[in-house]
Design a protein around this ligand. Structure first.
Ligand SMILES: Cc1ncc(COP(=O)(O)O)c(C=O)c1O
Length: 283
């Protein structure tokens, strides 16, 4: 089936979609994005994702109220209907737009380039989750504005590939001996009865799944401590798991070749996985 995407107001075949080489996204990585899961043909947590897109845009000086007047919900529904999406995700890519000369200085009058396309992906089975995954650590050498969901992902790409080349799921990032996040996920750890996750700031993305999980645990009267997580906290953790919109809870049972806790997927990781699974099943 020909896949239909949305590009700057038009619904077109993915194969025919083109942008100019003078687009600032292409030349400078000057833009931001969102990834929104679709479960059972329904986009998940749209408002939270669009709020974050708004925040990313204003943080790079692209705040444009007209942009958010677009009826995103209508566009998503149209694409779901035309492409028969069921369990997919939307990739929403917004660049600062076309500028006729290559100039670091942007022209405030140019219009953003907006691309929305869907894609399928492999959601890990509950058996895979129960078996656990391996991870590694690396120095977080990315820029210090990681709270912006920037399309300039070279740092994240290199760090994720460092894990992938060893058949690991994720690279956990450390800056000044403190955990920031994963190359494409947020990180939670447990020790005894307590769960911790790094507090929000410029060093990490305010993950929508992170936020959802904190809310879901709180509804179970379980407070998650948002605070500094040091390298030694990570090394001594009983459990570690990653959250993201694509695979919402992925337990890490071995880090840098060493077992995490007893090397088995723990109760908090499974509870986190179940809480989100149940929440999704109610939408
Ligand atoms: C660097 C980074 N941190 C965290 C996340 C998790 O964010 P979310 O739960 O909103 O998908 C992602 C998701 O892609 C990411 O790329």
């Amino acid at each position: 089936m020909d896949e239909i995407i949305f590009l700057n107001g038009d619904y077109i075949n993915r194969e025919n979609a083109k942008i100019s080489i003078m687009d600032r996204g292409f030349l400078f990585g000057d833009g931001v994005y969102e990834l929104i899961p679709i479960y059972k043909s329904k986009p998940f947590l749209i408002k939270k994702h669009l709020d974050r897109l708004h925040s990313s845009m204003s943080l790079i000086g692209m705040s444009d109220e007209h942009f958010f007047m677009q009826d995103f919900e209508n566009i998503f529904n149209e694409l779901i209907e035309r492409n028969e999406y069921k369990d997919h995700f939307f990739y929403v890519h917004v660049t600062r737009g076309y500028q006729s000369t290559r100039n670091h200085v942007y022209d405030k009058k140019i219009q953003p380039t907006v691309l929305i396309m869907g894609e399928g992906y492999n959601i890990f089975s509950s058996e895979q989750i129960k078996r656990g995954f391996k991870g590694c650590t690396q120095e977080d050498f990315r820029w210090t504005k990681s709270h912006i969901k920037s399309i300039s992902l070279l740092g994240n790409v290199l760090l994720k590939n460092y894990a992938a080349q060893q058949n690991f799921y994720e690279t956990l990032l450390l800056r000044d001996a403190k955990l920031t996040e994963g190359s494409a996920s947020n990180i939670f750890i447990s020790k005894g009865d307590d769960i911790f996750t790094p507090s929000l700031g410029v060093d990490l993305l305010p993950g929508v799944t992170r936020d959802l999980l904190i809310e879901l645990f709180s509804a179970e009267n379980k407070v998650i401590h948002e605070c500094d997580v040091t390298k030694s906290d990570l090394q001594q953790a009983d459990e570690i798991w990653c959250t993201s919109s694509t695979n919402y809870c992925v337990p890490i049972t071995e880090l840098d070749g060493v077992k995490v806790g007893n090397g088995q997927v723990g109760d908090f990781s499974l509870q986190a996985y179940d809480l989100i699974s149940r929440y999704i099943s109610t939408i």
